[in-house]
Design a protein around this ligand. Structure first.
Ligand code: 3EB
Length: 341
């Protein structure tokens, strides 16, 4: 009983006793004097051999800009590996990664491999005291391979749903996410988790993904459109992969320029919804960094003028990756923040 009361108080006090944003994201090339302050290094491109749990390598070709990120902590970090999960924590957040090999996928099936991976990660988060997912990235090789419900993305959704739905009311506390296809083999999951929860934000133009009808697979994708984090030095909005989806349907198949326009309208709508929830004036949230995934690199030049005309344009990098529906050609993710608090 006393333990429950303690847990109740710490959870709810931490919601109200705000902390400053406990990390900074800078370009990967930024020199750092003290590696004790590195929470994560997210690289895109070819694998490098590095057993530091903070080095995350996403096997996607970079097309423009610099997508690589260095997550820095103001305070010292602690790192480790546990049951194949690499992690780094700084008393406020935990950044982690987990790779699942193709051998493990063929042994158990993708759905079960994903279920076990998500359960293992959740156990680590609870054990280390960061029980709230804030943001998850999933990079899935051969994401569109397999017919109908055998499709790897649908199998992935089955396993993720089974793991996350263990928690009662999970639909209302889902984190922001990305699910992108990669060349090569296996699956990479990396994530940010916290001591206190983020607030899920949904997009009024889009159906909540967890309510998608069964035509997209036997279990719906478990993610929210964005996570709103209420740091004392300014709120931050971590935006999920956003594409040309209105309601639950893909729009403008075969027309990547129209898909980018729809995607940008979706981003504006989501940002406005978060501003409404917080009682902020329009455009209080300023763009930080964005990643654009394009299925066919030859299409990127057609998108660049449209991006350049946008506030996000100055901070967007381009990557080649497969989107999780074959009629979607482009997707954008990123983050906004309130400055000067
Ligand atoms: C969509 O709106 C596009 O399964 O985690 C975007 C972001 C998409 C995350 C996921 C899927 C996911 O449905 C696809």
């Amino acid at each position: 009983m006393r333990l429950l009361l303690f847990q109740f108080l710490t959870t709810h006090l931490s919601l109200h006793t705000q902390t400053r944003r406990p990390y900074r994201v800078v370009p990967l090339s930024t020199p750092v004097a003290n590696t004790d302050q590195v929470l994560a290094r997210v690289r895109f491109g070819h694998a490098v051999t590095d057993d530091d749990p903070r080095t995350i390598v996403v096997p996607l070709p970079q097309l423009s800009g610099d997508a690589g990120e260095l997550w820095l902590s103001d305070t010292a970090v602690e790192t480790g590996w546990s049951h194949g999960i690499g992690y780094c924590e700084n008393a406020h957040v935990l950044f982690g990664q987990h790779r699942i090999s193709e051998a493990e996928i063929s042994r158990h099936g993708l759905d079960r491999a994903v279920f076990h991976a998500y359960v293992r990660i959740e156990q680590l988060l609870v054990a280390r005291g960061y029980p709230y997912w804030l943001r998850i990235w999933n990079y899935i090789s051969g994401i569109l391979d397999g017919d109908n419900d055998r499709e790897r993305y649908r199998q992935f959704n089955l396993g993720r749903h089974r793991a996350l739905s263990i928690k009662p009311g999970f639909e209302t506390c889902l984190p922001a996410a990305t699910a992108i296809g990669t060349p090569g083999e296996g699956l990479l999951i990396y994530f940010l988790a916290g001591r206190a929860p983020g607030q899920p934000v949904e997009n009024p133009r889009q159906m909540n993904a967890w309510r998608y009808p069964q035509q997209y697979g036997p279990r719906s994708p478990s993610f929210s459109r964005a996570s709103l984090l209420d740091w004392s030095d300014g709120a931050e909005l971590l935006v999920s992969g956003t594409a040309s989806v209105v309601g639950h349907e893909s729009r403008h198949a075969g027309d990547i320029v129209a898909q980018l326009a729809e995607t940008l309208t979706n981003l504006d709508s989501l940002r406005a919804e978060a501003e409404r929830l917080k009682g902020f004036a329009p455009n209080t949230f300023k763009p930080q960094t964005f990643k654009l995934y394009v299925v066919d690199r030859a299409q990127l030049p057609r998108l660049q003028p449209m991006l350049a005309a946008r506030p996000e344009g100055a901070c967007v990098s381009g990557l080649e990756g497969t989107i999780c529906r074959n009629d979607l050609h482009v997707e954008i993710e990123g983050s906004y923040r309130v400055h000067g608090a």
